[in-house]
Every structure is written in C-alpha cells, then in structure tokens.
Design a protein. Structure first.
Length: 160
C-alpha cells in the first residue's frame, strides 16, 4: 500500500515558504499580465500540466483562483491537495469540500469540474503515478503532518 506518511530517508530540498509564496504570486501576475497566454501548460507524458482552478470561497462566497499541477487519468484530472507542502490544507481544497464544483482554465480552454478525494486502491494507484512524475513526492509529503489528499477533478457533462 502506498503511503505518504512513511519517513523518507532524505527529504528533497524545499525552499523557504516565502520563496514558494513569491513564486506563485509571480506566476499569477505573469498569467494576468499576458492575458492568459502564459502560465498554463498541458500535461504530457511524464510532465504534469498547470491549470488555474477557480472555486467559491466557503465563507466569503467569492471566487478564488489558484494554480494547480495535474495529470490525466482517463477523462479525469488528478491533483494533490497540498499547500506548497506546508502543513495546512489548501484553501481551494476546503472550498471544494464545501462546494465540489469549480472551473479550470486549461490550455485547450475552460472546463467545469466536480471534485472528490481518491480513496483506497484508487488513491494508491494515483499516488504511484504522481511519484513517477515527481521523484521527490514521498520526501516532500513526509514533511506534512497528515496524509496528502489526492483530488480527482471530473469534467462535467459537455465540458472537455
């Protein structure tokens, strides 16, 4: 059984939180500045894609956007509910738990998704696939106090 709670012999380098935060802010600024022409990437082979996920804030009711990495699993997209590998659950995942629909800006155009957490053998299989894409996955995940949620984003009918 694959788990991300097992200690790793050597955790890969992780920059300080302020560096991670700055990098994502710069990425969002580049995306806005370019009118959406830069900042998205399709998932291909062993390279994860980048998409902009927009959810509804669970407390504010306002739209909230964040960039996520993903790969394809059939028609679904798979991502990790991580917060730059920090200990807290990311706000976008908490928002999707309260309202499981959202929108993804993708290189091929926008889609509407429904989100759910992978469990059991499905989670193990998808975690294994992520670890093939990101060799440091288990080491990064070992820094978190809780198991990292593997999130499945299913395009709604007519969206794809």
């Amino acid at each position: 059984m694959a788990t991300d709670l097992a200690p790793s012999p050597k955790s890969p380098f992780l920059p300080p939180r302020w560096v991670i935060s700055f990098a994502w802010k710069a990425h969002r600024a580049l995306y806005r500045w370019s009118g959406g022409r830069l900042g998205l990437r399709a998932a291909e082979g062993d390279t994860y894609g980048l998409a902009q996920l927009t959810t509804t804030g669970r407390r504010s009711g306002l739209e909230r956007s964040v960039f996520i990495g993903y790969f394809h699993d059939g028609d679904d997209l798979v991502t990790m509910a991580m917060n730059g590998w920090g200990p807290a659950e990311p706000a976008w995942w908490l928002n999707l738990q309260a309202e499981p629909t959202g929108d993804l800006a993708m290189p091929g155009g926008p889609i509407t998704i429904t989100a759910r957490a992978a469990t059991g053998p499905e989670r193990d299989r998808l975690w294994q696939r992520w670890s093939e894409i990101d060799k440091g996955l288990d080491g990064y995940a070992s820094r978190r106090p809780n198991e990292t949620v593997v999130v499945i984003l299913t395009p709604q009918d007519g969206a794809a």
